[in-house]
Design a protein around this ligand. Structure first.
Ligand code: NDP
Length: 339
């Protein structure tokens, strides 16, 4: 069968395309340029499934996906801007919301026989930043705080609020489309926290690294100091587990209509520096971490948790270890950027 993956040139989506191809699915990926498409054709040569690309320059434009959706059996809609530098919230809202609803409308118009659409949402659509840790968020929770901050403050809202609101509003619009239109196909949302692990997508310079890997890169390059530690409070998941979650979500019938947090628990800057010291002892400009087990336990106990157990229960998703995620990410970055 043929699956459409939007924004296929991205960090998570390129892994998702790879996982689909490895499992024997054929994939059509949307990219913004021929150059990005050809990079992927090269990358995926010799895979079990066949890869092709379609150019969609801007997902925020009316009818952007009208052609790309033709003939596909399922869709993973992953394209959406992820950065904290937007001036006007609309810069993010338009592609995030119009892109999401646009895929669904194009399907309704040109391919109503499609079976399912999986959208890459985020814990940004789940979390409430007014709630102080320790606290556990589940799929029942919705982030209404960031959209409100953007509504009240517009351009003056924080960069994080603008991004988080774009994800929350896009996922709300996704579910509303199903309520309003009752199409014959159904939907699933995947809500990852910070996604980490090796890069396989086109990225020629560290300056153009995707947002989540760029955070780790700055630790790996010694751009952070002891003052920045312990930098707790995040949750994370491996990019390969996130990719597999999309594949499982598209294929497991029980997943229809559900949201899934794909979270493998808390992670801190302290974890980064300890792992870097273990895996790459030659990088000796890294601030020293604290390996004391009581200290580490306390950091975890003080963290927000995005509970990823439903994805294990319903999708059968197993999370790989933090060691593996961080080591493979470091190795891939050192290989890519030669240091
Ligand atoms: P990337 O920036 O690597 O991928 C984003 C993709 O979306 C790119 O292919 C990008 O194309 C495309 N895109 C963005 N805006 C447009 C537009 N207006 N028109 C067409 N294409 C567009 O980031 P990630 O892989 O991290 O993000 C993928 C998805 O995962 C996003 O929906 C993000 O919100 C979500 N997510 C990411 C997390 C993370 O920690 N990385 C955590 C939770 C959710 P191009 O590069 O050509 O601009």
């Amino acid at each position: 069968s043929l699956v459409l993956v939007t924004g296929a040139s991205g960090y998570i989506s390129s892994h998702t395309v790879e996982t689909f191809l490895d499992q024997g699915y054929n994939v059509r990926g949307t990219v913004r340029s021929k150059d990005k498409g050809e990079y992927l054709v090269n990358l995926f040569e010799g895979k079990k499934g066949k890869f092709e690309y379609a150019i969609v320059e801007d997902i925020g434009v009316d009818g952007a996906f009208d052609e790309a959706v033709k003939g596909v059996d399922g869709v993973a809609h992953m394209a959406s801007p992820f950065h904290f530098n937007a001036e006007d919230p609309e810069e993010l809202f338009k592609p995030a919301i119009k892109g999401t609803v646009g895929v669904l409308e194009s399907l309704k118009k040109n391919n109503p026989d499609v079976q399912r659409v999986v959208v890459t949402s985020s814990v940004a659509s789940v979390m409430n930043s007014n709630i102080k840790p320790p606290h556990t968020f589940t799929e029942k929770d919705w982030n209404d705080v960031s959209p409100k901050e953007c509504e009240e403050q517009g351009k003056n809202a924080s960069g994080q609020a603008k991004y988080r609101a774009s994800k929350a509003l896009a996922e709300r619009a996704f579910w509303k489309f199903f309520d309003d239109n009752k199409p014959s196909f159904d939907g699933v949302a995947i809500n990852p926290p910070l996604v980490l692990g090796p890069i396989i997508h086109q990225c020629d310079s560290p300056d153009s690294l995707n947002t989540s890997v760029a955070v780790y890169y700055s630790w790996l390059k010694g751009q952070k100091t002891e003052k920045d530690l312990p930098a707790g409070g995040m949750n994370y998941v491996d990019v390969r587990d996130t990719a597999l979650a999309h594949v499982l979500a598209l294929t497991k019938s029980e997943a229809g209509g559900e949201r899934f947090i794909t979270g493998n628990g808390p992670l801190s800057g302290n974890d980064y520096v300890l792992e870097i010291a273990k895996d790459f002892p030659d990088l000796n400009h890294i601030p020293k971490g604290n390996d004391d087990s009581e200290f580490k336990k306390k950091l975890t106990a003080e963290a927000i948790i995005h509970d990823g157990s439903k994805a294990t229960k319903v999708l059968g998703l197993k999370y790989r270890s933090m060691d593996e995620t961080l080591k493979d990410m470091g190795t891939s970055l050192r290989e890519r950027f030669n240091f």
